[in-house]
Ligand binder design. Structure first.
Ligand code: AMP
Ligand code: TRP
Length: 347
C-alpha cells in the first residue's frame, strides 16, 4: 500500500526569525499546502540543545515558540487544514529519537557540519543533545512517515542522515517489518525539497556568510519583526561592491553581496534573476529603493498580523494543543508499529 504524500518541516524557536527563514522555508511551507497534507512543527526540543543563555530560558522559550507559530499563521499557513504544533507536546518524537540513537552510528553524526560549527572549539562542553540533534530531526519526520521535507540548503546533510537512518532501520529489521505486515520497508526515504531562488539567503554584512539568527550584528539580517524604517535602514546599509548591477547573470559571478540582494528581490517578487537584472541593471542606490519597497510590502502585513496574534497568547496555545492532538493521532500508531517491529512489549 502506498503511503500518503506527506510534508513535514520544523523551525526552531530560538532568536529572531529572519528573511532567510521566511524565503528559504516558510514561503515554501505555504505553497505546499495546496498539494500535500502538511505538518509544520515548532521544534522546541531542538532549541534546548544549545546553552540556556542562547535559547533565552523558560520564558524566552515560551515566547519564541508562540512567535514562530504566529509567523507561520501570519505568513499564510492554515492550522485548520494542516497541522501546526510544538514538538515537545507529542512525546513520540523523543521516543522514536531514542530508537534512532540506537540505529545511527557515531561516525555518521561526527561528520555533521552543523554540529562542528555549533560546538565550535569547545566540543567537550557541547551538550549530548546537540550531537544527537539529527537523530531527533529524523524522528520528527519519520514518526509521521513523511515523504517530503521543505528546508533551506543548510539542512541538506541532516536530511541525508534521516534517509540513512530510515534505510538502516528498514534493512536491520527487514524480517520483522515483513512479519508485522508492513511489506519491504517501514520508513520512506524522505525527499528533501530545496528549491527556489532563496535556499541560502546570505548576511547583509558579508555575502559569504548565511543570514542567521545567531549573528551578533542585527544589521546582518532582516527580522520578521522589523518595522518599515528598520528594513529600509538595514538594506541601505547592506554591503555592496563598487560596481553597478550588471545586465546579465554572468556579471554576478564572484559578487556575493550583489547576488544575494538580487536573489532576495527575485524571491520576494516571484521574478527570475534575468528579469530583475534586465530591469534594474545600473546603480545600486536605485535597486536598493525597489528592494526596500518589495520587502516592506511583503513583510509589513505579516509583521502586523504577528503582533495581533501575539497579543492573544492563549489562542496561540489553543492552536498548538489542538495541532498536537491531531499530530499524535498519526504518530502514536506509527510508534506502536515501531515497538512491535523492534520487539518492545507494549500495552
Ligand atoms: P532554523 O531557524 O535553523 O530552525 O531554520 C528554519 C528553516 O529556515 C530551515 O528550513 C532552514 O534551512 C531555513 N533557513 C535558515 N537560515 C536560512 C538562510 N539564511 N537562507 C535560507 N534558508 C534558511
Ligand atoms: N534542524 C532544522 C533547522 O535548524 C529544524 C528541524 C528540526 C527540522 N526537525 C526538523 C526541519 C524536521 C525539517 C524537518 O532548521
Amino acid at each position: 500500500m502506498a503511503l500518503p504524500q506527506r510534508v513535514f518541516s520544523g523551525v526552531q524557536p530560538t532568536g529572531n526569525l529572519h528573511l532567510g527563514n521566511y524565503l528559504g522555508a516558510i514561503t515554501r511551507f505555504v505553497e505546499l499546502q495546496d498539494s500535500y497534507d502538511c505538518i509544520y512543527c515548532v521544534v522546541d526540543l531542538h532549541a534546548i540543545t544549545v546553552p540556556l543563555s542562547v535559547w533565552g530560558g523558560p520564558e524566552g522559550l515560551r515566547t519564541a515558540t508562540r512567535q514562530v507559530t504566529a509567523a507561520f499563521i501570519a505568513s499564510g499557513i492554515d492550522p485548520e487544514r494542516h497541522i501546526v504544533f510544538n514538538q515537545s507536546q507529542v512525546g513520540e518524537h523523543a521516543e522514536l529519537a531514542w530508537v534512532f540513537n540506537c540505529v545511527a552510528r557515531l561516525g555518521w553524526l561526527s561528520r555533521m557540519t552543523q554540529f562542528k560549527e555549533k560546538a565550535g572549539k569547545d566540543r567537550e562542553n557541547a551538550s549530548v543533545g546537540l550531537f544527537a540533534y539529527p537523530n531527533l530531526m529524523a524522528a520528527d519526520i519519520l514518526v509521521y512517515r513523511a515523504t517530503h521535507v521543505p528546508v533551506g540548503e543548510d539542512q541538506k546533510q541532516h536530511l541525508e542522515l534521516a534517509r540513512d537512518i530510515a534505510a538502516k532501520f528498514n534493512h536491520d529489521f527487514a524480517e520483522s517489518i515483513a512479519a508485522n505486515g508492513h511489506g519491504e520497508a517501514f520508513f520512506p526515504l524522505t525527499e528533501p525539497l530545496i528549491t527556489g531562488p532563496a535556499t541560502r539567503v546570505m548576511s547583509l554584512r558579508d555575502g559569504t556568510k548565511k543570514m542567521s539568527k545567531s549573528d551578533s550584528s542585527d544589521y546582518s539580517r532582516i527580522n520578521l519583526t522589523d518595522d518599515a524604517d528598520t528594513i529600509a535602514l538595514k538594506f541601505r546599509k547592506a554591503r555592496t561592491d563598487p560596481e553597478p548591477l550588471p545586465t546579465e547573470i554572468d556579471g554576478l559571478a564572484d559578487r556575493p553581496e550583489a547576488s544575494n540582494l538580487v536573489g532576495i528581490f527575485a524571491a520576494l517578487t516571484g521574478r527570475s534573476t534575468d528579469d530583475v537584472l534586465a530591469e534594474f541593471s545600473g546603480p545600486f542606490s536605485r535597486f536598493k529603493e525597489v528592494l526596500v519597497e518589495a520587502a516592506v510590502s511583503k513583510l509589513s502585513p505579516i509583521n502586523a498580523e504577528m503582533r495581533r496574534l501575539m497579543s492573544e497568547p492563549d489562542q496561540i496555545d489553543a492552536i498548538l494543543t489542538k495541532g498536537a492532538e491531531r499530530a499524535q493521532a498519526i504518530a502514536r500508531p506509527n510508534m506502536d508499529a515501531v515497538k512491535d517491529i523492534v520487539g518492545l512489549l507494549r500495552r
